[in-house]
Design a protein around this ligand. Structure first.
Ligand code: PMP
Length: 369
């Protein structure tokens, strides 16, 4: 009955490298406790909501005009924030922004990878790195992590040297495993890399480790640091990702970005969120404290918990992780099966949500481990 429903994807002249692939797929389900996409559980404050409403009301008067194509005011606010957060003095020329860090990563691959080029990551890591590689027709090269999900640095450097990828992804803290790379190990990867190294710091604010922005001045043609307002800034719905790099890298991205990609509404709302950062980022400490409590209580219940520097925990060891994932869901708790045998990932939520998750975990511990 629906027009066009007689054909499937297989009938389309799709690019060969996309055939048989699956779309990014964290389920969006209506359940009481949602702990599956590493969102920040703290809703925006009343003051932030008012500021977003007022700021977007003001710019709505100019909705008939295109936005500032280069988002200069927003990038300058981001430079101010990131300079304070990292102690590295960054200018507006060092910053670039897009609709989520996923778009940042896509623009980076459009400029520096693509057909005939390759990207390499250390798996298990963020599932969008290979998907964005496929989307830009970049050959994806998977290197592996050690059994404890950390980097085996000698092997990692050897892989980079042997396979010579145009782009290396280093996710720190790593999603879905939680650990971060040491500054020494990161330096060794950057030194070995023939091309761009994207340090994906989506969860940077949850970690004590120094940011890779410290390496930009020393390796200006290599180091790109990707960040997001989706996690620590509790702005996932606002869609604002950004990067810090040498000005020449930002210039290169202007060649591939779509004109006016950041709407006036996005730019105004993101600037409002940045104005309230002291308030919002105070919630990060609460999430870290909850992460420690949840890790401890999971261990006490008999689970093995991977050390995390982020706002989530990878834990196990389940006999049948997909079946256990379903049992959490049956109890109203949505967590994530990230495809690592024996393991599931839980995002740290509010204390009451974490308690609900821990209650189900204690129930399952006697049967599912
Ligand atoms: N990088 C990593 C490691 C992530 O986990 C995520 C979100 N899950 C992103 C990037 C993308 O986030 P966003 O597009 O919301 O900035």
């Amino acid at each position: 009955l629906i027009p066009g429903s007689g054909i499937s994807v297989d009938d389309l002249p799709l690019r060969d490298n996309l055939r048989g692939k699956s779309a990014y797929g964290a389920p969006q389900l209506e359940v009481p406790v949602v702990l599956n996409t590493n969102e920040n559980p703290h809703p925006p404050s009343a003051a932030l909501i008012d500021d977003v409403a007022e700021s977007t009301r003001v710019v709505a008067a100019a909705l008939h005009r295109y936005p500032d194509r280069d988002a200069v005011a927003l990038r300058s606010d981001l430079a101010d924030y990131l300079s304070t957060a990292t102690g590295v003095s960054l200018g507006v020329e060092n910053l670039w922004a897009a609709n989520g860090s996923n778009e940042i990563l896509q623009q980076l691959l459009q400029a520096f990878a693509g057909p005939g080029r390759s990207s390499l990551g250390f798996v298990p890591s963020y599932s969008m790195h290979p998907i964005i590689s496929d989307g830009t027709d970049t050959t994806w090269l998977a290197a592996h992590r050690a059994a404890d999900f950390g980097l085996d640095i000698d092997y990692a450097v050897a892989e980079v040297e042997a396979r010579r990828p145009d782009v290396v992804f280093v996710t720190s803290p790593n999603n879905p495993t939680g650990g971060s790379v040491t500054p020494d190990d990161l330096r060794r990867i950057v030194e070995a890399a023939p091309g761009i190294v994207i340090v994906d710091e989506a969860y940077g604010e949850f970690s004590d480790r120094p940011s890779a922005v410290e390496l930009i001045d020393e390796f200006p043609a290599k180091v790109v640091v990707s960040r997001t307002m989706s996690k620590a800034f509790a702005f996932a719905g606002g869609r604002l990702g950004y990067l810090a790099a040498a000005p020449a890298i930002v210039e290169a991205l202007l060649l591939v970005r779509l004109p006016y990609h950041l709407s006036v509404l996005t730019q105004a709302a993101a600037r409002a969120a940045l104005r309230h950062r002291d308030d919002t980022l105070a919630g990060v400490a609460a999430i870290i404290a909850e992460r420690r409590r949840v890790a401890q209580e999971l261990s006490a219940a008999g689970f093995r918990v991977v050390d995390s520097d982020a706002n989530f925990l990878l834990f196990g060891h389940f006999t049948d992780a997909p079946a256990s994932w379903q049992r959490y869901l049956d109890h109203g708790v949505l967590i994530r099966d990230v495809g690592i045998a024996g393991h599931l990932r839980v995002t740290i939520g509010l204390a009451a949500e974490n308690d609900a998750f821990l209650d189900v975990s204690r129930t399952l511990a006697s049967t599912d481990l």
